[in-house]
Design a protein around this ligand. Structure first.
Ligand SMILES: Cc1ncc(COP(=O)(O)O)c(C=O)c1O
Length: 459
């Protein structure tokens, strides 16, 4: 335990006492953001410990007003709402781009907001997956989120190619939950000439492992392939410099750490080197057309894609679905990605340390294993626990105790303290609750948590 990141981050004062967590909250510069959310409440009316921002972020209070304003404008203006100042829906999708660019390390014209994540992956593959001769294969990481796998498999089939021959998967070595960057580099070096595209989950949905995107982007480029990233679990969670890292394209959703609402319109990045010169081939629609000529259908019928990432748009945006993104992005920008990351590292480190302190030994029959890397640089907010006995029951009992975590078949419980609205006390309560839930599933009624000790007691 003495080599866990929390020991270095919090120093000799580190303690499992409740007061230690409460004191960290009192000195937290981001603490006030919590009150700007409506956090789901337990039966007693008190907020639950909401550790599922990696699945669906909670409702920003200001998003209610933003949606209400669109409804009000619709009722008042009807179709004129598309063009009536101050917030015409015609530009609603463009309005967030400066903030969004800052959040992913991109220029304004390299990002767009549209559709859902899976749709955007298909649109991007229509452009960037162009199998040609021997260079026809797609490389992915394993375990890969099912939707991403369906995207690459159906794209291959759509091109008349058999996934069993044209899909290369690189997963963890036996006995490990992690995939080393070297494993991808080796495949890219040895089979690079066959690979047209490498599509990677930037932060793995199951293990929470964060990959070195700059390094893998360089390796993919050296192999002559395109590099695309799914950032569903990366957006607003880990630092991103998509432009500087030379990523070809990326796509992500806004409903997780972005707090944009269930099924919120998703995000997309296309590197600016693909935005100059002759427009790249794509699947087109009128909203990707130059906005100045979009309505001159009879006079200028040809598709002239916009010169920015929004040139991949197809349909007019849902103003209602877009509205919550404004307040959500503003809060993230106001909090600042550096401050969010700093707090995130500390929250997750405290959680990890408390779990090691309070849960049964990791190698015991009733034990657990952390699937997520311990180095803060190799993970985001999420910790994934593989629980040997009755993982689902453990999650259910936590839920009954007011702590919301999620469960992934067959035995993984994911806990993701999000720095914008979770507190250090949330983390303390979550660790205590999982210990109690595990005690119950191991038939130890009323087992108690060891008394509070400080890090120095570790010896
Ligand atoms: C890694 C990853 N990829 C893809 C998806 C699918 O997203 P959507 O339903 O928004 O297309 C998800 C959803 O959670 C995800 O976590």
């Amino acid at each position: 335990m003495s080599d866990l990141p929390a020991v270095r981050l919090f120093g000799p004062g580190l303690s499992d006492a409740e007061e230690f967590a409460l004191e960290r909250d009192r000195e937290d510069p981001l603490a006030d953001f919590r009150s700007r959310f409506e956090l789901p409440a337990a039966g007693d009316g008190k907020p639950r410990v909401y550790l599922v921002g990696n699945s669906l972020g909670p409702l920003p209070r200001a998003s209610r007003d933003a949606v209400a304003a669109v409804l009000e404008g619709w009722g008042r203006e009807g179709v004129d709402g598309w063009f009536t100042p101050p917030d015409p829906w015609y530009e609603i999708d463009d309005r967030f781009l400066v903030s969004l660019g800052r959040l992913v390390g991109a220029k304004r014209h390299e990002v767009a907001v549209m559709n859902g994540l899976t749709v955007n992956l298909h649109l991007l593959l229509a452009t960037f997956y162009r199998p040609s001769g021997a260079r026809s294969k797609i490389l992915i990481d394993a375990p890969c989120f099912p939707s991403d796998r369906f995207v690459v498999e159906t794209q291959l089939r759509w091109h008349g190619l058999d996934p069993s021959e044209h899909l290369i998967e690189v997963g963890p070595e036996p006995g490990s939950s992690l995939v080393e960057e070297e494993a991808f580099e080796q495949v890219l070096a040895e089979r690079g000439e066959e690979i047209a595209l490498f599509l990677l989950g930037g932060v793995n949905f199951l293990t929470g492992q964060r990959f070195d995107l700059e390094r893998l982007s360089a390796a993919t480029r050296a192999a002559g392939a395109r590099f695309g990233v799914d950032l569903a679990h990366g957006f607003a969670n880990v630092p991103l410099r998509l432009h500087d890292w030379d990523v070809d394209f990326a796509a992500w959703c806004h409903y997780k750490y972005g707090n944009g609402g269930p099924g919120a319109p998703a995000g997309l990045f296309v590197h600016e080197r693909h935005l100059t010169g002759e427009p790249l081939p794509r699947l087109g629609g009128w909203w990707g057309n130059d906005p100045d000529t979009r309505f001159r259908m009879q006079l200028e019928p040809d598709f002239v894609p916009r010169g920015d990432a929004a040139g991949w748009q197809l349909s007019c945006p849902s103003a209602l679905a877009m509205a919550p993104l404004g307040p959500a992005f503003e809060m993230l920008v106001e909090a600042g990605t550096d401050r969010l990351r700093e707090k995130s590292i500390r929250l997750t480190a405290l959680l990890e340390w408390l779990l090691h302190r309070w849960l049964p030994a990791t190698d015991s029959e009733d034990g657990w294993q952390l699937l997520t890397p311990s180095e803060p640089g190799r993970r985001g907010a999420q910790l994934s626990l593989q629980i040997r006995r009755d993982a689902r029951g453990v999650r259910d009992r936590m839920q009954q105790a007011g702590v919301v975590a999620d469960f992934r078949e067959p035995d993984v419980v994911r806990l993701a303290p999000a720095p914008l609205f979770n507190s250090y006390h949330d983390v303390w309560r979550a660790a205590r609750s999982i210990r109690e839930a595990m005690d119950m599933s191991h038939g130890i009624p009323g087992a108690t948590i060891p008394g509070s000790r400080s890090a120095l007691d570790d010896g």
